[in-house]
Write a protein that binds this ligand. Structure first.
Ligand code: ADP
Length: 501
């Protein structure tokens, strides 16, 4: 059942119950009031009769006293519409009609025979000639005994008419109310739920046409539905971004993989035609390596994306890692005319993952080496400022334009550096660096000037609190720094970064 129908049924059902209860109460109160007013008038008349009547006593030849009740001579009752009968009820013989008001004409039967002679007043509805009347019977006492009864009668046709009319009015009002409420309820719920229907329609259109640029128009107030529409539109915006990112990503991956594949196939063709030669073999090897590097990087980013890659962090002497990477950098530039310098190195400890942090440094260093022409200088430094360890890698290379700086951390983004682009480039290195730095709660930034050089800065929070270094005498708990000089460790190139030969 639709919400609209359900709402209307609930609403109208409740209203119908309220109307019925209210109508029943009104009807009962009115009926009671009308009957009560009849009873009051009957009682007043009976009282009047009893007060104005005389019981006459006379004895006849030693027989017991006899008495009779006489109505007042004045016919008081014609106008009031109330009739009166006076009955003498003695133990001997049946009741005898003593007197009756003129408006009862020749009617000589007891108005309520069962109540004659009762010691208590009684009221009853009776039917005479098919008409309903209300009869009040009141006893008349003489010398402590019931001597007779006064019966007062009033017609109920006016009261019944009034009651029937009231019932009709109430029933029609109830019917009108319920029908009106059903119609109003349907209209209101349709109006209230209309935006939901348009949201549903829009969602269905999006599902059918796969057009994620569709947005819901909303001109109403910022109520629940306004907010729902807003959230829906935000969600659509986010989905649109994600889908376009995904499309771009797939396009980039296929494009980037095609380049080495084309090179490999070209070289294989050459080998087929002219036989094996060292140059072709080297080219195939280097392209295959590039592809496998790219696949490794992609896997890493994909695992990071879906959350399958977590970093097991532990207290890490960052200076040691920087030194190791620095030494590795020296191996990387051995065939180049470049100057690699360590500007400053402070002993600092962070909570981190040694291999990943080294990957950060090697990616930055290899970029600096790639994009700095021979004769240039690359400077590495590790310092600490407040609560942060600060690593910077500066080169005097080709620099990055302001526009490119905004995008170089995106996947597959490569500035127009065809001048220096080598077979090693995949456009994924900085995206990986960014992910690792952020996974260490750090930040990565770049400053660059075209043709002058670039500085990449990584800031990672120092390890100061919580961890127990009590068994480590060389750790300064206040500064988070190690008191020892960094150890120099033998350099081994990681599998994903092969030094240029
Ligand atoms: P890759 O180096 O494989 O192309 P990265 O993600 O590491 O991919 O770098 C993205 C782009 O950023 C590079 O293609 C280059 O245009 C630019 N870039 C990175 N580091 C430097 C640098 N030190 N000097 C100049 N340009 C750089």
């Amino acid at each position: 059942m639709r919400i609209r129908t359900k709402l209307t049924l609930w609403y109208s059902g409740l209203l119908a119950i309220i109307i019925v209860i209210f109508g029943a109460v009104v009807f009962r109160v009115m009926e009671f009031t009308l009957v009560d007013s009849v009873d009051v008038s009957l009682n007043q008349t009976a009282e009047l009769v009893i007060r104005n009547s005389r019981v006459e006593r006379f004895g006849m030849f030693g027989a017991p006293n006899q008495a009779s009740i006489k109505l007042p001579t004045l016919d008081l009752f014609r106008a009031s519409g109330v009739g009166v009968q006076v009955w003498e009820v003695t133990s001997e013989g049946g009741p005898v009609l003593e007197d009756s008001s003129n408006n009862l004409g020749d009617y000589a039967d007891p108005l309520d025979s069962a109540a004659l002679g009762l010691t208590e007043p009684s009221v009853k509805n009776v039917f005479i000639n098919g008409n309903e009347f209300r009869v009040l019977t009141r006893p008349v006492f003489s010398v402590g005994k019931v001597f007779g009864s006064v019966q007062v009668i009033a017609p109920l046709d006016t009261l019944n008419q009034a009651r029937d009319r009231l019932l009709l009015v109430l029933a029609s009002a109830a019917l009108l109310g319920v029908v009106g409420s059903v119609m109003l309820g349907m209209w209101l719920s349709r109006k209230a739920l209309q935006p939901i229907e348009s949201i549903t329609r829009a969602a269905a259109t999006i599902a059918q046409t796969e057009d994620l640029s569709t947005r819901l128009p909303w001109h109403g107030p910022q109520d629940e539905l306004g907010r729902l529409t807003q959230v829906f539109n935000q969600m659509m915006g986010r989905l649109e971004d994600l889908f376009s990112l995904q499309r771009r990503f797939v396009a980039d991956v296929s494009h980037e993989l095609r380049t080495p594949l084309t090179a490999i196939r070209g070289n294989l063709d050459l080998i087929k035609r002219y036989g094996v030669d060292d140059l072709s073999l080297e080219a195939i090897e280097s392209e295959a390596e590039r592809m496998s590097r790219m696949v490794d990087d992609l896997l890493l980013l994909a695992r990071a994306d879906y959350g399958g890659l977590t970093l097991d962090k532990e207290p890490l002497d960052l200076d040691t890692v920087v030194m190791e990477a620095f030494q590795q950098g020296k191996v990387l530039i051995k065939d180049r005319e470049l100057n690699l310098r360590m500007n400053a190195i402070e002993p600092v400890r962070i909570s981190g993952h040694a291999d990943r942090m080294k990957q950060v440094l090697l990616n930055l260093l290899s970029n600096a080496i790639k994009f700095t022409p021979d004769g240039g200088t690359i400077t590495v430094s590790l310092t600490s400022a407040h609560t942060q360890a600060v690593i910077s890698v500066t080169d005097t290379g080709i620099g990055i334009s302001e526009e490119d700086c905004k995008h170089i951390f995106d996947r597959f983004y490569q500035a127009d550096t065809s001048r220096m682009r080598t077979g090693e480039s995949t456009g994924l290195g900085l995206a990986i660096v960014k992910w690792i730095v952020e996974a260490h709660d750090g930040t990565l930034s770049v400053e660059s000037q075209m043709e002058k050089g670039s500085t990449f800065t990584v800031e990672i929070p120092l390890l100061t609190q919580h961890l127990h270094h009590s068994d480590d005498d060389n750790f300064d708990h206040h500064t988070g720094k190690s008191r020892t000089r960094p150890r120099l460790i033998k350099v081994r190139a990681p599998h994903w970064l092969t030094p240029e030969s």
